[in-house]
Design a binder for this molecule. Structure first.
Ligand code: NAD
Ligand code: MG
Length: 393
């Protein structure tokens, strides 16, 4: 029986994870669930899955959750705040942690899981983008197993040889080919991007996801963050990672080898596939996802990304090449800019301008401690806030 904590249980990934777990009650039990503010949803999940502990964002939310659970006769212990998140991520009773909080808020608990040597199912790409080598080193030191949930990285993981990383010279890996759908604005006239609404940006053609990652997909910052994520997960330099636009999202990514072979992982676009893969690894379990019917898909298309249409992708490559705390600055500026766009404070095309201005204004430093990374994160947020405040929409 694998005992699991889900950080971000009420989100898109959290809900898909519980869907897979519910199909295999003999294999998995839920130790703890967390949510930020959606108390009613979390209460319903506690009634169904009976975790020992549940964590929310504030004392007020904890009080409301406690009352709902008492009324339902559920004995889940309720707590709140970051220290409680770190506690459920590192508890000795836990085998695996699904890290599915969105954004920098997930860094501390995800790192706590890695430091405690857990099997870490990593959806929260922002945590790895911010902390990079520090995170990889912490996981290695504690013997934590990192399994990618991001569909592209999970695909790459499946296409790499099992010897990869141990004998990189003989593995023959030439390039990582990271596929990208291109999001909802792949073919929209560039001059009309100024006017798109949050609803249009969040309407992804193939995936149903949280609002932040949906906007990131529309700007392609999501792919930029994923390039940085691939760099850290697979030890690949920026020039060995190619982004390929593939609008159907059927191939989830590929690895090309020196002998000319290209291995790809395919499937219907449903996050329950990578979630089930990582949960059961190295075994395979049913995920609830229908088998892929290639005759239904019929056509697979590919094209190069247009960096002028998607400046965020170029900004992310720049940050990866700059190194140090540059990716943490990029991530923080992006989180502020995306929230400002969702709050109707800035337009869609102002997202990349906010990030570029923050990257120009702030020098990056060495990412030699989590404290240094968090200090840069705070500086970038303050700079981005003031740039947003000065922008007329
Ligand atoms: P979501 O917005 O649907 O859910 C986010 C979860 O995090 C919720 O449970 C919320 O309660 C919690 N949360 C939000 N702010 C928090 C805070 N300040 N403190 C603590 N908890 C907080 O997001 P999602 O789409 O499920 O994405 C989660 C993560 O997985 C992101 O990092 C995203 O990039 C990554 N990811 C998602 C998908 C997808 O298909 N949704 C695919 C690949 C990667
Ligand atoms: Mg992805």
């Amino acid at each position: 029986m694998q005992r699991i904590t889900i950080l971000g249980a009420t989100g898109s990934i959290g809900v898909s994870t519980l869907d897979v777990l519910a199909r295999h009650p003999e294999r998995y039990s839920v130790h703890a669930l967390s949510a930020h503010s959606r108390v009613d949803e979390l209460a319903a999940q506690c009634v169904q899955f009976r975790p020992a502990r549940a964590v929310v964002g504030t004392a007020d939310a904890a009080e409301r959750l406690g009352a709902l659970l008492r009324a339902a006769g559920v004995a889940t212990e309720v707590d709140y705040g970051e220290a409680a998140l770190c506690a459920i991520a590192s508890a000795p009773e836990v085998d695996s942690v699904m890290a599915a909080i969105v954004g920098a808020a997930g860094l501390a608990p995800t790192l706590a899981a890695a430091r405690a040597g857990k099997k870490v199912l990593l959806a929260n790409k922002e945590a790895l983008v911010m902390s990079g080598q520090l995170f990889i080193d912490a996981a290695a030191e504690a013997g934590a197993v990192l399994l990618p949930i991001d569909s592209e990285h999970n695909a790459i993981f499946q296409c790499l040889p099992s010897s990869y990383g141990r004998a990189p010279d003989s593995s023959g890996v030439a390039k990582i080919l990271l596929t990208a759908s291109g999001g909802p604005f792949l073919t929209r006239a560039v001059e009309t991007l100024e006017d798109v609404t949050p609803e249009q940006a969040c309407k992804h053609p193939n995936w149903s996801m949280g609002r932040k990652i949906s906007v990131d997909s529309a700007t392609m910052m999501n792919k930029g963050l994923e390039v940085i994520e691939a760099h850290w997960l697979f030890g690949a330099p920026a020039d060995r990672i190619d982004v390929v636009i593939h609008p159907q999202s059927v191939i989830h990514s590929m690895v090309s080898y020196v002998d000319g072979s290209v291995l790809a992982q395919l499937g219907n676009p449903d996050m329950r596939t990578p979630i089930a893969h990582a949960l059961a690894y190295p075994e395979r379990i049913d995920s609830g996802v229908a088998q892929l019917d290639l005759t239904q898909v019929a056509t697979l298309q590919f094209e190069r990304p247009d960096f002028a249409r998607f400046p965020c992708l170029a900004l992310a490559f720049d940050a990866l090449r700059a190194g140090g705390t540059a990716p943490a600055l990029l991530n923080a500026a992006n989180e502020v800019a995306v929230q400002a766009f969702l709050d109707l404070k800035i337009g869609f095309r102002q997202i990349d301008r906010v990030i570029a201005q923050v990257m120009d204004a702030l020098p990056h430093g060495a990412a030699d401690s989590i404290e240094a990374v968090m200090a840069q994160d705070a500086l970038a947020r303050a700079a981005a806030d003031s740039i947003v405040a000065g922008m007329a929409k």
